[in-house]
Design a binder for this molecule. Sequence first.
Ligand SMILES: Cc1ncc(COP(=O)(O)O)c(C=O)c1O
Length: 394
Amino acid sequence: MIQRCTRFGNCKLVQSFRAGSSSSPSSSSKIGDYHRFASQASSSLQQVLEPSTYSDDENPGVDWDNLGFYMMRTDYMYMTKCTKGECFEQGQLSRYGNIELSPAAGVLNYGQGLFEGTKAYRSEDGRLLLFRPEQNAIRMKMGAERMCMPSPSIDQFVDAVKQTAIANKRWIPPAGKGSLYLRPLLMGSGQILGLGAAPEYIFLIYVSPVGNYFKEGFAPLNLYVEEEFDRASRGGTGGVKSVTNYAPGLKPLTRAKSRGFSDVLYLDSVNKKFIEEVSSCNIFILKGNVIASPAANGTILEGVTRKSIIDIARENGYQVEERVITIDELIDADEVFCTGTAVGVAPVGSVTYKGQRIEFKTGPHTVSQELYTTLEGIKRGLIKDNKGWIVEID
Ligand SMILES: Cc1ncc(COP(=O)(O)O)c(C=O)c1O
């Protein structure tokens, strides 16, 4: 990867600007391009900016054909702060880099943090598209309430996502080659010694161009049903995207991967009988014309992709149910698939439970493939969006 000086050269600070917030977050909106960003930013900069040595669209040296799901250092990140009980101030774009935190920060000591994940796509005709970013904003708001944190407003969140995507425009892969993953992060940054809510908070967004999440690419996943460890329990934080939900999953995930599985499928923590979700994605089963996914009742994360697939499936004539699903029902399913921003719609080829490997239908003429094609088509601007899901940013 080649890192070079940009339009904003060596400047440490890029002045904040509002890239035009949409009144309706789900409506399509044009908010100007990077040039506008540059002129708006430079009009009120606190430091003199160096001229750019390359154009906004210049390939930053990425091998677009071999993208995986890895962190790549890009040009800009967004950041804003607030004190407890107040609202987040208008954020700023700055060069991507490390941030300073007190060793006593709430997020480091007590895990007071939430993250989100959303993507920007480049369409065949050169438009830059976001997919339902307001849904991530809503989910962050709900999570912040659970974690005793202030959160950015929906408009502020969506606006920040737009700004960060535009500022890193040249890192959005060419159409069909991948996407720009945007990672909004909310954390208790203020120092706190006794257990309590931090006195200060940071909301930031960083990005990385990504390809497939799983090393399997588009190949079917092989899941292992986890019986020893739980992901979430009733009354816990499984339903929000708390940072504390993920590290405990590393042990079962690492173990499953070392045994050749793609990921683990969690069961409910009480009965060990009902399927919940995979480490970082939701699960669906298909039997006949009926598609079912575990109900989002607090222990699973209600995915934006899950919601979208449910709508698309209903529109395509399937009966969709959100309910309790036993592991036995999954074993009896025709198809199984996972959904998530990072994974897309990923077919499951096998599930291993109590030493028994059960295989499912995968391939070109499957329902998961049909749903994947529609969802990806909408996200990438190949299929007309009649639902107001796409936010055009350039
Ligand atoms: C635990 C978990 N479940 C499900 C999902 C899927 O959610 P979404 O479709 O919003 O990406 C994610 C990813 O964010 C996740 O981390």
